[in-house]
Design a protein around this ligand. Structure first.
Ligand SMILES: Nc1ncnc2c1ncn2[C@@H]1O[C@H](COP(=O)(O)OP(=O)(O)OP(=O)(O)O)[C@@H](O)[C@H]1O
Length: 290
């Protein structure tokens, strides 16, 4: 692939809540049309990092540069206008609005309506409304949403709600979209559909940064992977390198103190494509034991 321009730079990002250093020095770069995953065990700081990048949290220190502009600490709406759309781990749709209106709500940023047009229902207002509705249908088609569109979203199955949320974010037509655990709660078929969707989003010209726990999905779709553990960045590299990185394996797998955890470790290891014997040899000895 040809050389791509830098789109987003995260530089030494830190955010602290009281004594908890949720993100403690995260730096990574996203290029135009790149697919990057941010992974790490529960509580590693992934969502906090997304919240800083999208303006929901103000970082304690560090910088977020989008297309050469320092957007650190900007308000969420301004960051969205500048070019970052996102979805949420716990969906944030308007439960009482219809599917179509939820997606239309994502477009109000570039709707071009003014107050008088809306009150007087001018031809411009009507034209604009038609445009928004057509666009909303187009994005719902794009994400592969096949359910009803005139019902309130609260009536939909979880997987369908996820698609609506992605359609809403895409409708903003930003160069970068952040997806926070898009695979959570999806069945096998829906995950395959998601993988294809992320690639089609890239083909539109957008960059995608995703937080995801499904390692099969991550390894398959990512061009690059950034790994966080206890707020610290422990690796940034190609999927094949991340899979073989001892610090990453330790972060995920070096916690097998009880049987339930050991079973989870084996499952995670399979997702990584690593044999458990390989893990044992990679696992560092506990300090003070020998
Ligand atoms: N608003 C907040 N106030 C206080 N602590 C917070 C806040 N948000 C996150 N944290 C803490 O920061 C740490 C990182 O949490 P975060 O949700 O970013 O991790 P994560 O990697 O996204 O985890 P998961 O994979 O479970 O979603 C945790 O210790 C969490 O309790």
């Amino acid at each position: 692939m040809t050389e791509r321009n830098v789109l987003l730079e995260v530089k030494d990002l830190k955010i602290q809540f009281g004594g908890v250093k949720a993100v403690d020095g995260l730096s990574f770069t996203v290029h135009e049309q790149e697919i990057v995953s941010v992974i790490g065990p529960n509580g590693a700081g992934k969502t906090s990092a997304f919240n800083c990048i999208s303006g929901f949290y103000k970082p304690t220190s560090g910088n977020i540069i989008l297309q050469g502009t320092d957007i650190t600490g900007w308000r969420t709406a301004n960051i969205a206008k500048a070019g970052i759309a996102r979805t949420f781990q716990n969906l944030r749709l308007f439960p009482d609005l219809t599917v179509l209106d939820n997606v239309r709500a994502g477009m109000h940023l570039y709707g071009g309506q003014n107050f008088l047009d809306a009150i007087l229902h001018t031809p411009r207002f009507k034209r604009n409304e038609r445009f928004l509705t057509d666009e909303a249908h187009r994005w719902l088609d794009f994400v592969g949403y096949e359910g009803p569109r005139g019902v309130s979203v609260s009536n939909l199955a979880y997987g369908q709600q996820r698609l609506v949320e992605i359609a809403r974010a895409l409708a903003r037509k930003t160069p970068l979209i952040l997806l926070d655990e898009p695979g959570a709660g999806l069945n096998h078929g829906e995950k395959a559909q998601l993988l294809d969707l992320v690639r089609r989003i890239q083909a539109l010209g957008m960059a995608v940064v995703l937080i995801e726990h499904d390692m099969g999905l991550v390894m398959e779709v990512s061009e690059r992977i950034v790994v966080l553990n206890f707020g610290k960045e422990i690796a940034d590299g190609l999927p094949a390198d991340i899979k073989a990185n001892p610090a990453v394996i330790e972060a995920y797998l070096g916690r097998d103190d009880d049987e339930e955890e050991a079973a989870q470790i084996a499952a995670d290891a399979t997702q990584f494509g690593i044999g458990t014997s390989a893990i044992r040899t990679q696992k560092p000895r506990k300090e003070g034991k020998e």
